[in-house]
Design a protein around this ligand. Structure first.
Ligand code: C2O
Length: 513
C-alpha cells in the first residue's frame, strides 16, 4: 500500500489564502507517481498541478519533485491526491485553506472544525485490480469498504474497533469539512436525527440551506454546519456514507459508518439515518439544484453572461476491439473504453505542458479535439450500432480570456451513468442541468446567470446533461476528466515511458545508458 509519510489518509496541509505552498515529494516506491492539488487554480504555476503525462512526467523511484504554488483568491476545503493510475486509493489527504488574517467566514464562527475524508478501501492491491481490468477489458473488482478518515466502521465484519468517532458537546456548532476521496463512487451522506446547513462546496461559499442528506461525488468537497442538540441525548448517531449508482456493472454496495457521540451521554442506543435507494437520481437532482453561489458583495458571481466559445461534449462509455489471440471480458467480448465526443485519450509520449513549452509538441498531440460530436445520435436513447471509440491525443485550444460554455451530455451507451467531471486549473459555474438530450434552442433560456454554483467538479446527471461556463483566464495545459478512476483508466491509459524536460528528446538520443 503506497502512503505518504507512512500515514493513511496522508498528512493534512493547512494554509491561508495568499500563502505559498512548497511540497517536496520524494519517491521511495517502485511505482511512477505524481501528486495533484485538487481544486487549486495554479495561477501561473501550471507546472505544479501534478497530473502525470499532462503537466509533468511521473516521479520515478528515488526521484524528487518540488511542487511550489501560491493560493490566490481561494479559501475552503480541498484535497490532494496521487494522479496516476489508481494510486489515489491510498495516497490522499486534506488541503484546508483558511481565509486571510482578519477575514471571517460568511457565517458565525464554529465552535470547532473537523475534516471527514470519505474514501474507498480495497482488500487488495488497487494497482493489481486496475491492471487486471485493463488486461481483460472487463469491469474491475469492486472495493470492499467505504471509509471515514480511513476507518470503515462497524457495519463490516470485524471492523467495529476501526470506527471514526466524532465527539461533540451539546449546543455547539461544528464545521464539518467533507471530502469525497473515493475512487469510483458518488456517495449519499446523512447523520441520524440531525439536520445540517450546507455553506460551501469545492471551496466556494454557497447560499446556506438546511438538509438531512447530501450527495457528494468523487472530487467534490462540502462544508456543513452541524448544530448539536441543546441537551446531550442518551444515544449516539450513525453518520453513513453509501453509494448512489445507476450503471449496469457491479459496484461496492456496502455502507461506511462513523459515529457522532455526545461527550456527556451514556450512549445506550445508536440511531441510524435512512438513506435513499441506491439509484435515487431524483434525490440527487433535488439536492444539486439547491446549490447556489452565495453571490454577496464580498463573494460576487462572475459568470460569463455570453459565451465566445461553445462546446457540446458527450461523456460516456464505449468499447475498443479485443486484441487478436485474446479473449476479452468487456461488452460482447470487447474492452470497455470511456470517451468524450467519442475520443478516448491516447497516452502521450511526453507530458503535454512540457512538450508545448519546449516546442516539441509535434507528434505528441494535435489541437483538433472536436467541439461537438462528429456523429450525432440519440444520446440518451438506443445506442448506435457502432460504439467503438477513437484513440487520439487531441486537445482543445482556447484563446486567453475567452468566455467558454461547455454542455456535457451523458450517453446511455452501455447504460446511463453519472460522471463527475472535473476541470483542472479552473472553477466553473454550473448554469443548467436537465434530463434527456440537451435542447440548444430552449434549455439555455433557463440557464441561471445570476447565482449559479461555482465548483471544480460537477456530476453529469445520469441520462442527462449539465451546462457550465467559465472565463479562460489561466494559461496552461489543463486536464478535464471524469473523477471516477475506472472511467479515467478506460479513457486514458497510463503506464508508458514519459520523456521529461531534462531528458534528451528521442530523436537526439540514439544510445541508451
Ligand atoms: Cu482530483 Cu485530475 O483530479
Amino acid at each position: 500500500m503506497v502512503t505518504v509519510n507512512g500515514r493513511f489518509p496522508g498528512p493534512r496541509i493547512v494554509a491561508r489564502e495568499g500563502d505559498r505552498v512548497v511540497v517536496k515529494v520524494v519517491s521511495h516506491v517502485p511505482n511512477n507517481i505524481s501528486i495533484h492539488w485538487h481544486g487549486i487554480r495554479q495561477l501561473q504555476s501550471g507546472w505544479a498541478d501534478g497530473p502525470s503525462y499532462i503537466t509533468q512526467c511521473p516521479i520515478q523511484t528515488n526521484q524528487t519533485f518540488v511542487y511550489n504554488f501560491t493560493i490566490t483568491g481561494q479559501r475552503g476545503t480541498l484535497f490532494w491526491h496521487a494522479h496516476i493510475s489508481w494510486l489515489r486509493a491510498s495516497v490522499y489527504g486534506s488541503l484546508i485553506v483558511f481565509p486571510k488574517h482578519n477575514v471571517s467566514y460568511p457565517f458565525a464562527k464554529p465552535h470547532k472544525e473537523v475534516t471527514i475524508m470519505l474514501g474507498e478501501w480495497f482488500n487488495a492491491d488497487s494497482e493489481a485490480v486496475i491492471r487486471q481490468a485493463l488486461q481483460t477489458g472487463g469491469g474491475p473488482n469492486v472495493s470492499d469498504a467505504y471509509t471515514f478518515n480511513g476507518f470503515p466502521g462497524p457495519l463490516y465484519n470485524c471492523s467495529a474497533n476501526n470506527t471514526y468517532k466524532l465527539k461533540v458537546m451539546p449546543g455547539k456548532t461544528y464545521l464539518l469539512r467533507l471530502i469525497n476521496a473515493a475512487l469510483n463512487d458518488e456517495l449519499f451522506f446523512s447523520i441520524a436525527n440531525h439536520t445540517f446547513t450546507v455553506v460551501e462546496v469545492d471551496a466556494t461559499y454557497v447560499k446556506p440551506f438546511e438538509t438531512s442528506l447530501l450527495v457528494i461525488t468523487p472530487g467534490q468537497t462540502t462544508n456543513i454546519l452541524l448544530k448539536t442538540k441543546p441537551i446531550a441525548p442518551n444515544a449516539s448517531f450513525y453518520m453513513l456514507a453509501r453509494p448512489y449508482f445507476t450503471g449496469q456493472g457491479t459496484f461496492d454496495n456496502t455502507t461506511g459508518a462513523g459515529i457522532l457521540e455526545y461527550e456527556t451521554s451514556s450512549n445506550s442506543t445508536t440511531f441510524t439515518p435512512t438513506l435513499p435507494p441506491i439509484n435515487a437520481t431524483n434525490v440527487v437532482a433535488n439536492f444539486t439544484r439547491k446549490l447556489r453561489s452565495l453571490a454577496s458583495s464580498q463573494f460576487p458571481v462572475n459568470v460569463p453572461q455570453t459565451a465566445d466559445k461553445k462546446f457540446f461534449f458527450t461523456v460516456g462509455l464505449g468499447n475498443s476491439p479485443c486484441p487478436k489471440n485474446q479473449t476479452c471480458q468487456g461488452p460482447n467480448g470487447t474492452k470497455f473504453s470511456a470517451s468524450v465526443n467519442n475520443i478516448s485519450m491516447a497516452l502521450p509520449s511526453s507530458a503535454l505542458l512540457q512538450s508545448y513549452f519546449f516546442k516539441k509538441s509535434n507528434g505528441v498531440y494535435t489541437s483538433d479535439f472536436p467541439s461537438f460530436p462528429l456523429h450525432p445520435f440519440n444520446y440518451t436513447g438506443t445506442p448506435p450500432n457502432n460504439t467503438l471509440v477513437i484513440n487520439g491525443t487531441k486537445l482543445v485550444v482556447l484563446p486567453f480570456n475567452a468566455s467558454v460554455e461547455v454542455v456535457m451530455q451523458g450517453t446511455s451507451i452501455l447504460g446511463a451513468e453519472s460522471h463527475p467531471l472535473h476541470i483542472h486549473g479552473f472553477n466553473f459555474y454550473v448554469v443548467g442541468e436537465g434530463f434527456g438530450n440537451f435542447d440548444p434552442n430552449n434549455d439555455p433560456k433557463n440557464f441561471n446567470l445570476v447565482d449559479p454554483v461555482e465548483r471544480n467538479t460537477v456530476g453529469v446527471p445520469s441520462g442527462g446533461w449539465v451546462a457550465i461556463r467559465f472565463h479562460a483566464d489561466n494559461p496552461g495545459v489543463w486536464f478535464m476528466h471524469c473523477h471516477f478512476d475506472v472511467h479515467l483508466s478506460w479513457g486514458f491509459k497510463d503506464g508508458m515511458d514519459c520523456v521529461g524536460w531534462d531528458t534528451p528528446q528521442p530523436e537526439a538520443s540514439s544510445s541508451t545508458i
